[in-house]
Design a protein around this ligand. Structure first.
Ligand SMILES: *[C@@H]1O[C@H](CO)[C@@H](O)[C@H](O)[C@H]1NC(C)=O
Ligand SMILES: *[C@@H]1O[C@H](CO)[C@@H](O)[C@H](O)[C@H]1NC(C)=O
Ligand SMILES: *[C@@H]1O[C@H](CO)[C@@H](O)[C@H](O)[C@H]1NC(C)=O
Ligand SMILES: *[C@@H]1O[C@H](CO)[C@@H](O)[C@H](O)[C@H]1NC(C)=O
Ligand SMILES: *[C@@H]1O[C@H](CO)[C@@H](O)[C@H](O)[C@H]1NC(C)=O
Ligand SMILES: *[C@@H]1O[C@H](CO)[C@@H](O)[C@H](O)[C@H]1NC(C)=O
Length: 313
């Protein structure tokens, strides 16, 4: 009897503590509207005179400068605040822009860490934070944006390593992490990005070998690793699976070993930069001469001998 009573009491207690939680959860899940989008954006309004004068309550948010609404849902679908000299952190309210497909903050003075909440914007296909001063790690939760096709974090102050979780972005076509302070190894998991056309990680402090899985991304058109601390050798069959590769930038690293001999399989190669490494075959592979699209070839600063006969067209 006593046991039963305490059970009931416990039950009643649980109800009282869980109900308010359910309630607030329900509130959070309330359908968001254009008014929510407006409130979310107002948190950025006072970061510039232009926005302060243009983003007025008396006009629809869809007519605000930098804002594009989707015709179908009548919600904010694109936010383009590039080149506006905005100095701010990303307001957490931005997570309410649940129909956002494109977020372009290129060339501003945004700073601080990227909020985890960005990963709630499930419709995002395009993110550019290029030319800002974001700091901290690249949040692993960015790997949870299932539709992301374009991610540009170039010229910021990101530190830490490249999150493995980015390999979940199976629709990613463009990844630019140039000119940050990233360190550690390039995750081999990135080899899973089987839609990737551009991979740029130049000017960081990345170390270790370039995972051979990267050379297995057959969609790649350009890959750049210049100015890092990468070591190890290139796979001898590097060009086995890169039919579209137009440019590979490897200069200013500590790569060693032989220059791959099957280079002629990268038949569309226009730019091959291997200079300032420790490549040493003794001989430059004559295969390079078969690369009829080649327009730029850098081999200096290695321990190579031999002659290359290249037809520069
Ligand atoms: C805000 O800027 C847009 C785009 O330049 C313009 O069409 C609109 O009229 C402006 N609104 C106000 C209130 O100034
Ligand atoms: C504009 O609208 C927001 C949200 O509806 C409100 O909080 C704010 O006070 C309004 N500002 C002005 C100047 O009316
Ligand atoms: C944002 O606007 C700039 C300048 O108007 C333009 O060059 C850029 O392509 C736009 N971004 C997107 C994602 O459309
Ligand atoms: C970027 O942020 C870092 C760290 O907060 C600071 O030292 C640096 O001066 C900033 N750079 C610019 C261009 O604002
Ligand atoms: C981008 O970063 C690189 C390396 O830190 C620097 O040399 C370059 O000037 C930066 N670009 C701009 C436009 O600030
Ligand atoms: C490259 O891809 C092939 C076929 O898809 C696979 O068998 C192989 O294990 C991959 N190699 C690496 C290093 O990921």
């Amino acid at each position: 009897m006593e046991k039963k009573l305490s059970c009931i009491l416990l039950y009643a207690f649980l109800i009282t503590i869980t109900f308010p939680m359910l309630n607030s959860e329900a509130k959070a899940k309330q359908p968001l509207s254009l008014a929510t989008d407006q409130t979310a954006l107002l948190s950025l309004k006072h970061t510039s005179l232009l926005l302060a004068t243009n983003w007025t309550n008396s006009t629809s948010v869809c007519t605000w400068i930098g804002v594009t609404c989707s015709f179908r849902h009548h919600r904010v679908a694109a936010l383009n605040l590039s080149n506006m000299a905005l100095s701010a952190t990303i307001p957490p309210q931005l997570r309410h822009l649940s129909f956002l497909v494109s977020l372009d903050l290129t060339n501003n003075l945004f700073h601080g860490d990227l909020p985890q909440e960005l990963s709630l914007l499930r419709r995002l296909k395009f993110i550019s934070f290029r030319l800002n001063n974001f700091t901290g790690d690249i949040p692993p939760m960015l790997g949870q944006l299932p539709k992301l096709e374009y991610l540009n974090l170039r010229n910021n102050s990101f530190i830490g390593s490249i999150p493995k979780s980015l390999s979940n972005l199976t629709n990613l076509q463009f990844l630019d992490l140039r000119s940050n302070s990233l360190s550690g190894e390039i995750p081999k998991e990135l080899g899973r990005l089987q839609s990737l056309q551009t991979l740029y990680v130049q000017r960081n402090h990345l170390s270790g070998a370039i995972p051979s899985a990267i050379f297995n991304i057959s969609t790649l058109v350009a890959m750049g690793f210049t100015y890092n601390e990468l070591s190890g050798s290139l796979p001898t069959d590097m060009c086995r699976n890169l039919p579209f590769l137009g440019g590979i930038y490897l200069s200013f690293n500590q790569l060693s070993g032989a220059i791959p001999t099957n280079l002629s399989h990268c038949s569309r190669l226009e730019v091959l930069s291997l200079s300032y490494n420790s490549f040493s075959t003794g001989e430059i592979p004559s295969e390079i001469g078969y690369l009829t699209s080649l327009q730029f070839l850098a081999l200096g600063g290695n321990n190579l001998n031999g002659m290359v006969q290249v037809l520069i067209t």
